[in-house]
Design a protein around this ligand. Structure first.
Ligand code: ADP
Ligand code: MG
Length: 474
């Protein structure tokens, strides 16, 4: 499959929309529902406060003295050079770190690339079992792919997109710090993820086909893949199963960086901002439903920021807020259903589907709720449910906007492009516009920014990183 920019439809590709965002619909709920959901609406003052707190935590993460106790870790990666656009060659890539696990082969040519990928399922028991089982499964899938693509006679460099918190010690060495997003293989905490994968490749007998060159996370991959196209790209953002961001920082500020200075004077910082709020910092904007989601998760107390924003939790937040309104007898005449009371039954993609309908058209909303066992829905009920969806997606987009505005300020750049990936940003009809709208309020006047949809950062970004690693080795 050859991918080009043209075949992906997204608002960030329509440059004219960047300056004049379309009217973002705002559904009118009943005054009682509006009042009951007040705590979901973040004011600009809330967001400015959030920005101050995030900036403080980023500085803590960067400084050697405060890093150990910092919540936002700001790990230095070992990426010091952004792509030149001249990278060439054939690479394998793995993308592990959320809902889908993918294996890819990418051929980079000047200003052009070809990519073939296959998605594999990670069974639930492997997500929460032993690390050995998980990485053996990864190696088995890679083996299937190598056979399918007839790569048995080759030895290809591999870029490993591993999107969980990692303490990197080299481009091809990273210590597993924490599992997130529904994964929990705690027996391998503290172990080198590259070595774990290498051991599995050996057990599988495919070590001769693969040379693991680099491990990066998806935010770094996103930044790299956008930087390949845009010389102004300095920030990468993910809003998918989880959320995280990375940015280009001056080496002098990255006190935790231990590697050799390769000359660029900068290093890519993996913020791990999903953990923002784990020390209570975000309590001033958390709702009872945020607390419930955290308490019933497999990692209570962890990834508080992520749990307020990302795709793994957004639908569940909507479900819990629907129940809040039902309990107050402001929705469905106080009725509920078995399904509506079941965790995760309201999927995040429903939020996009409901909001994608023209205002006033509630067909999809009605079908979704009927599917969840609700009947005799009034128009006002449907309108209120759409309003709940809008509250949740708007809050998430505004928090991302505030996070990015903080990073833009930190880079001190006057013109900057932000590469973004993840299904929430990609598929929600207004996420892009909601972010743009709020960033225009929060970013210092005179600073020019744009948001660019990344075309497969985890694949191409990993290949580009493997390419730069290969070129510095050979
Ligand atoms: P990952 O982050 O795991 O690499 P994705 O970027 O595809 O993968 O994000 C997956 C998340 O996106 C899931 O939590 C899913 O609920 C959510 N998602 C899937 N489809 C949509 C959609 N149409 N709108 C919003 N969110 C979606
Ligand atoms: Mg991904």
């Amino acid at each position: 499959m050859a991918e080009t920019e043209e075949n992906i439809e997204h608002p960030s590709h329509k440059r004219t929309c960047m300056c004049r965002p379309l009217n973002i619909p705002r559904t009118k709920p009943t005054p009682e529902v509006l009042n009951l959901l007040k705590d979901l609406q973040l004011t600009d003052d809330n967001l400015k406060q959030y920005m101050k707190l995030l900036m403080t935590d980023i500085r803590k993460g960067l400084a050697r003295a405060t890093h150990p106790t910092s919540i936002v870790k700001c790990y230095p990666t070992y990426i010091q050079d952004l792509p030149t656009g001249r990278e060439t060659g054939k690479y394998l890539a793995l993308d592990l770190g959320g809902t889908n696990f993918r294996v890819l082969v990418i051929e980079l040519e000047k200003n052009h690339f070809e990519m073939t990928s296959r998605t594999f399922v990670i069974p639930q028991d492997k997500m929460v079992g032993s690390g050995k089982d998980l990485f053996d499964h990864v190696a088995a899938c890679l083996h299937v792919f190598i056979k399918e693509q007839k790569l048995e006679q080759e030895c290809l460099p591999l870029g490993f997109t591993y999107s969980f918190p990692l303490v990197q010690e080299a481009l091809n060495k990273g210590i597993i710090e924490r599992w997130t997003k529904g994964f929990k293989c705690d027996d391998v905490l503290g172990r080198d993820v590259v070595q774990l994968l290498q051991d599995s490749l050996v057990r599988r007998g495919i070590q001769k086909n693969v040379k693991i060159q680099a491990v990066i996370n998806d935010t770094a991959g996103t930044l790299m893949s956008c930087a390949w196209k845009s010389p102004y790209c300095r920030i990468g953002l993910i809003v998918g199963t989880g959320t995280n961001a990375c940015y280009v920082e001056k080496l002098t500020n990255a006190e935790m960086f231990n590697g050799p200075n390769k000359g660029s004077g900068v290093v890519l910082i993996n913020c791990e901002w999903g953990a923002f709020g784990d020390d209570g910092t975000l309590n001033f904007i958390r709702t009872p439903e945020d607390i419930q989601i955290d308490e019933t998760s497999i990692n209570p107390g962890k990834q508080i920021h992520e749990k307020m924003i990302s795709g793994m939790y957004m639908g569940e937040l909507v479900r819990l807020l629907i129940l809040r309104c039902v309990k107050a007898r402001l929705l469905f005449g106080g009725r509920d259903s078995v399904d509506l009371n079941q965790k995760d039954k309201f999927q995040t993609k429903y939020v996009s589907e409901i909001e994608a309908q023209k205002p006033g058209n509630h067909d999809r909303c009605k079908a979704i709720l009927e599917n969840l066992g609700m009947q005799n829905l009034s128009d006002q009920d449907l309108q209120n449910v759409r309003f709940i969806c809008e509250c949740v997606s708007r809050r998430a987009a505004h928090m991302c906007a505030a996070g990015l505005s903080t990073l833009i300020k930190k880079t001190e750049e006057k013109r900057i492009t932000i590469g973004i990936d993840g299904s929430v940003y990609r598929h929600h009809p207004y996420f892009h516009y909601l972010m743009m709208e709020k960033m225009k309020v929060l970013v210092k006047p005179g600073v020019v920014f744009d948001l660019m949809l990344s075309e497969d950062g985890s694949g191409r970004g990993a290949a580009l990183t493997a390419a730069s690693a290969s070129s510095s080795i050979y």
